[in-house]
Design a protein around this ligand. Sequence first.
Ligand code: PEP
Ligand code: MN
Length: 334
Amino acid sequence: MQDNAKTEVEQNRKELEARGYRTYSIATSRGNVCTALNVNEDECRSFFGSSCSYSFLSPDAPYILAGKNIKDTSTVVELPGGSCIGGGTMSVIAGPCSIESEEQLYETACAVKSSGATVLRGGAFKPRTSPYDFQGMGVEGLKLMRRVGDAVGLPIVTEVLDADDLGVISEYADIIQIGARNCQNFALLKKAGRIEKPVLLKRGMMMTIKEFLMAAEYILSEGNMNVILCERGIRTFETETRNTLDISAVPVLKQKTHLPVIVDPSHAAGNWKLIEPLALAALAAGADGLMIEAHVRPEEALCDGGQSLRPDKFQQLMEKLQVMAPMFGTCAVS
Ligand code: PEP
Ligand code: MN
């Protein structure tokens, strides 16, 4: 965008803010444009004239910032170290369900990194059904994960359960995960919208796609435009799998939003034997990435061992993804 156009956009933005409107800077194919929501269109048109590059939207559409009307390019979430999520590459986030020890995390991180994973996952604060189960290592786990991520050269993602921990988690993590159980914790979503770090938002197990997009809208509306959506299975009457992977959510979301969409087959299936077919299905359905639980010794895992891939199986899956990704118009795993 030309410098004078940029200055005009900035001036108009200030003017709109002074008139009490919230504005957002949105990256489109025309460069960064300023968007004001809920404006009085007549007032703004008469003030700014018809040549103005602003989008005037009504709040009628339930999700405005997450929708494609406002942004005609795919959102690409950039990560430290030069990798990114979205925009035509297949990212693979992998690691243990929970951080258990330095040895476990480091060995697992080395294994997934050498197979081509692009982001390391691991929970320090775990949402467990039972209060008597392992709840995670907390801040000690965050520190450990930062060290391991740096040592192996992978950005890290970890979950926030409590808004009070957002500050400390953002200090250590590169991506903040909001899990299925908190996907409609609107107070947490709003606070996550005010931090600088990207947010990986997992679909709640009882949520419709529209509700999922509205949850993302909470984060976007606070100014954080770096949101990654994750389909991780929904609850149905089926009991053969932990959840039911809603594979159709992938193309539906890709039609409706510019945000990257990834799939977590681990929590969808609850069984390591189903991870490979579901991951390949996600690739074929158009996902921008995968989140996969992996563990060097799943039988010793304190959480979700039964759905975690051993390094050899993870490697096998990565090899298949590498071969198949170009067939589906996606670049090889980056
Ligand atoms: C997780 O990724 O560790 C997790 C708890 O997932 P979900 O929120 O999808 O259940
Ligand atoms: Mn898990």
